[in-house]
Write a new protein. Structure first.
Length: 151
């Protein structure tokens, strides 16, 4: 029980330290901060999984950091985080060196993000269904439905 309290306090302190760029630039301190984010994410804390997943994806160094970021984003998206689901849709549509772009998978992630209330997901879905993409045929009815969702 005490270790969970310590993890929460360490995570809160590390998140607060992001406000000061000179602290982030200190290598030992930055490593400590990442350790706090990782520990909280591994405890299953949804906001920490989303935050640290995005941090590793966009600011991590190396292929392993990117893969860990994607793993954390998947965990957060499956647990109900719309921002993570949206980001996974972006990654699916972009593809990478191991996987070609997959519009059908992007649509699945964006539908999940829309269900969780992400504001951009319906717009992306409407455009994707209107134009089609790799692995997804254009669907005017689905595009019209998602355009109605955008308001």
């Amino acid at each position: 029980m005490l270790w969970k309290v310590r993890a929460r306090i360490g995570y809160a302190v590390a998140r607060g330290m992001l406000r000061w760029p000179f602290l982030v630039k200190q290598p030992r301190l930055w490593n400590w901060m990442q350790g706090q984010y990782g520990r909280m994410a591994n405890l299953g804390h949804l906001p920490a999984q989303s935050f640290y997943g995005h941090l590793l994806l966009h600011r991590g160094q190396g292929f392993g950091a990117r893969e860990e970021g994607i793993r954390l984003l998947r965990l957060a998206a499956k647990a109900g985080d719309g921002k993570s689901a949206y980001q996974l849709g972006v990654l699916s549509l972009a593809g990478d060196t191991r996987q070609p772009p997959d519009a059908a998978q992007a649509a699945q992630w964006w539908e999940r993000a829309a269900a969780f209330g992400h504001p951009l997901a319906p717009l992306k879905l409407a455009a994707l269904y209107r134009d089609g993409g790799p692995g997804l045929m254009a669907d005017p009815q689905a595009a019209a439905r998602w355009e109605r969702e955008t308001g």
